[in-house]
Design a protein around this ligand. Structure first.
Ligand code: AP5
Ligand code: MG
Length: 225
């Protein structure tokens, strides 16, 4: 299965991507996490992409595409994958389709996790991430047992530099302008599944699971409320 997760910043792409990956046994590939790793490496490319991400802008399409293509060449991607944060522009979506077509494979579905902008801000402002394994916590909705310590791997929890209100508002604006058209791109080709993301984490995951069963039964895309 080859999937794309769409949704506003804070919608739960990382949260659901990790759970789908565990259940389906395919890698969860977050371009945001890949970019943060490049920044942490201190490379020249890291400082280039940091200048975009820290202001809430998208990194240039050509850099994002090269990063993703390199990742998809790795062995663990041979039986499928879940992309989180890619594509973020229609140009990236078209590029992905063209690349897959050259290899005789295709993207199966795009899951759009839908939440309001107000909920996105509430989730982003109180998110804490694990430096080691990338698990995302929320101080109210999904709190860690111990403050600043990851339940899964005991890594240190931190707040992403782009998780402040001002940058989050900028990211939401960029999303509506540059990324929202991607939803229509997949709807037009009958590959869009809309998921109600404004429920508890496990209920959203149950919705994703229902969508999987329906897809396997009928092959039809649609909406899971
Ligand atoms: P990225 O890291 O992908 O950030 P994003 O799209 O803004 O999404 P987030 O990671 O903020 O949210 P999420 O949907 O993963 O939510 P999460 O599961 O953590 O990208 C960062 C930047 O990199 C971009 O701004 C851009 O600059 C750049 N970039 C990345 N890819 C690019 C590309 N392809 N091209 C160009 N630039 C690119 O959940 C959020 C919070 O809510 C957590 O605290 C979680 O615990 C909580 N939560 C999750 N689900 C629920 C729920 N159902 N109920 C209650 N709380 C919940
Ligand atoms: Mg994320």
């Amino acid at each position: 299965m080859r999937l794309v997760l769409l949704g506003l910043p804070g919608a739960g792409k990382g949260t659901q991507g990790g759970r789908i990956s565990e259940k389906q046994g395919i890698p969860h590939i977050s371009t945001g996490s890949m970019i943060r790793a490049v920044i942490a490496s201190g490379s020249k490319l890291g400082s280039v992409v940091d200048s975009y991400i820290s202001r809430g802008h998208l990194i240039p399409d050509d850099i994002a595409i090269v990063m993703l293509k390199e990742r998809l060449r790795m062995d663990d991607c041979s039986t499928g994958w879940i992309l989180d944060g890619f594509p973020r522009t229609v140009a990236q979506a078209k590029h992905l389709d063209a690349t897959l077509m050259q290899e005789g494979i295709k993207l199966d579905y795009a899951f759009d996790i839908r939440i309001s902008e107000e909920e996105a801000i509430r989730r982003i402002e109180q998110r804490r991430m694990c430096r080691e394994c990338g698990e995302a916590y929320h101080l109210l909705y999904y709190p860690p047992t111990q403050q600043k310590v990851c339940d899964k791997c005991s890594g240190e929890l931190y707040q992403r530099p782009d998780d402040n209100r001002q940058t989050a508002l900028q990211r939401l604006g960029v999303h509506m302008k540059q990324t929202h058209p991607v939803v229509h791109y997949y709807a037009q080709s009958g590959r869009l599944i809309s998921i109600n993301g404004e429920r508890e984490i496990e209920l959203v995951f149950a919705g994703v699971d229902i969508a999987f069963s329906l897809l396997l039964d009928t092959g039809c895309a649609g909406e899971v409320r």
